[in-house]
Design a protein around this ligand. Structure first.
Ligand SMILES: Nc1ncnc2c1ncn2[C@@H]1O[C@H](COP(=O)(O)OP(=O)(O)OP(=O)(O)O)[C@@H](O)[C@H]1O
Ligand code: SF4
Ligand SMILES: [Mg+2]
Length: 329
């Protein structure tokens, strides 16, 4: 049984009096225990909203998210409070996640304090153990967030969620704000912790090169929908959606040449508004292969190889079709 099964999840937000913004639109994904599931897409595509729905910070407007088969919203309030502790989130900005007036030890211990688990001495011991595990020795206990580097603050945030012994951690752009060398340190740390604690990760990023190496499965999101899902090692070589092609080609430096499409394809135009998405295929306003059919019929996610799904009418053939506009070199 998957640890997470999102089933036809939509999340809508009221905007003003009459308008509705659909941030996540009919998304179904399933995440296996122990895997790293990468979720990529441009800013505004709905990644964080889906991540928040998965850890019960956002209630789906439609559909449901099952945690090992159980719907948290069908539990009693007490059960749900207990249950949610196993599903944690680490954000991009560690400074915002830590209280500037609390010592690092107190911040790391805080979730245990809130859960009233054990005696204060026991909580201190667990917090110090988790700090040590992420590379923050006792010398950091009495320091305040402003006395730590960005990488150290993110380590403190990771220690903080680990105190609750979660099963799943959503890492929402968890390394995006860090220097590239520090990013690698944190990614390595997360990989070690995954082994040690049997963690499952949902790794959210707009930078495909970050998730490519650490993910087992990657889902590509565009304007609230999943447009492609594949085993990570397949996606780079055998992408089956024009949006994935554009994302891959937009990272010319970070990707090894074997993974780059032949030509750089420039993604033109802005992401359309999720309040008024294009008819048919949502990517059509920026897709170089779009035709009339794409405007009238929404392409469903189709499984074209084991575990590899694409929502493009021309998934099998677009790479050999003439583009309607020329991409740059
Ligand atoms: N609470 C909210 N109320 C209204 N609109 C929201 C709310 N939260 C998110 N949105 C909108 O939903 C859409 C998706 O936002 P979301 O933050 O999930 O995207 P994202 O893919 O995480 O983007 P980024 O890469 O910038 O973090 C955006 O258009 C955003 O403005
Ligand atoms: S369905 Fe049409 S518009 Fe959408 S990605 Fe495929 S070719 Fe492009
Ligand atoms: Mg986000």
């Amino acid at each position: 049984m998957p640890i997470i099964a999102a089933q036809n999840v939509s999340v809508r937000f009221p905007v003003g009096r009459r308008k509705v913004l659909t941030a996540v639109d009919d998304v179904s994904i399933s995440v296996r225990r122990g895997e790293t599931f990468g979720l990529i897409g441009e800013s505004g595509s709905g990644k964080s909203t889906l991540g928040r729905a998965i850890v019960c910070l956002e209630r789906p407007s439609e559909g449901r998210v099952l945690h090992e088969g159980a719907n948290p919203y069908e539990m009693s309030r007490r059960q749900m409070r207990e249950h949610r502790r196993q599903y944690q989130i680490v954000f991009q900005d560690p400074a915002a996640a830590l209280n500037p007036r609390m010592t690092i030890l107190k911040s790391v211990r805080e979730p245990l304090d809130a859960a009233s688990k054990g005696t204060p001495e026991e909580r201190n011991a667990i917090a110090l153990e988790m700090m040590a595990r992420v590379g923050l020795g006792e010398a950091f206990a009495g320091l305040y967030p402003h006395q730590l580097s960005g990488g150290q603050k993110q380590r403190a945030c990771i220690a903080r969620v680990l105190t609750l012994r979660p099963s799943l951690i959503v890492c929402d752009e968890a390394v995006a704000a860090l220097d590239v060398s520090i990013q690698a340190d944190i990614l390595n740390l997360l990989a070690e912790l995954q082994q040690e604690f049997g963690l499952t990760y949902l790794f959210i990023t707009h930078n495909i090169s970050v998730v490519e190496h650490i993910s087992d499965t990657i889902a590509v999101m565009y304007l609230g929908r999943i447009v492609e899902i594949a085993p990570a090692e397949r996606l780079a070589k055998d992408y089956l959606h024009p949006y994935t092609q554009a994302l891959l080609s937009a990272e010319p430096v970070a990707l090894p040449s074997s993974m780059r499409p032949d030509r750089r394809i420039v993604l033109e135009g802005e992401l359309p508004s999720p309040m008024n998405p294009p008819s048919g295929c949502r990517f059509r306003t920026r897709c170089r292969y779009a035709d009339d059919h794409c405007a009238t019929e929404t392409p469903p996610l189709r499984e074209l190889a084991p575990g590899h799904f694409s929502a493009c009418h021309y998934a099998e053939t677009f790479r050999t079709r003439p583009g309607q506009e020329e991409g740059g070199e």
